[in-house]
Ligand binder design. Structure first.
Ligand code: HEC
Length: 123
């Protein structure tokens, strides 16, 4: 009988990414963009004052006791089966973590859209 030995090397990299408290806060311009995005885009469902609408309130009182990892995951990946869409692509995980940190302490007011490189066609 011809036996062939098959070596299966199963290297499972035990990569554990710490989700909480990145010290790398987005820079000022990006922070303004994120605040604007949360007030406008998230506000369309969660209410302009984040008191709730189609989506639940995102106020400090409403979020108290909820693990921030779960909230960050909800923002990045959305909640399948609910209207909560994934925002992956619009913000990354550390930016979502920054947003969650701001939400649990009371979200800052929108200072207006951050200046962009966008130029309107000159005529
Ligand atoms: C199209 C509507 C919609 C938009 C836009 C939206 N959400 Fe949601 N969101 C929801 C709904 C609905 C839920 C509740 C999902 C459920 O039933 O579990 C939710 C849940 C959440 C939760 C979990 C709240 C909790 O108490 O567990 C967080 C955090 C959240 N959204 C943040 C955001 C942020 C931040 C944005 C913008 C980047 C955003 N959402 C944009 C509809 C929306």
């Amino acid at each position: 009988m011809f036996c062939r030995s098959i070596l299966i090397a199963a290297f499972l990299p035990a990569l554990v990414f710490p989700v909480h408290a990145q010290d790398t806060a987005p820079d000022d311009k990006r922070q303004r963009e994120l605040v604007h995005m949360v007030r406008q885009d998230c506000g369309s469902c969660h209410g302009l004052t984040l008191q709730g609408g189609l989506g639940p309130a995102l106020t400090p009182a409403a979020l108290r006791g909820k693990p921030s990892e779960g909230l960050v995951a909800t923002i990045v990946h959305g909640r399948p089966g609910t209207p909560m869409p994934p925002f992956r692509g619009l913000l990354d995980e550390s930016e979502a973590a920054w947003v969650v940190e701001r939400l649990v302490e009371g979200f800052p007011a929108d200072g207006g859209p951050a200046p962009t490189q966008q130029t309107v066609g000159a005529r």
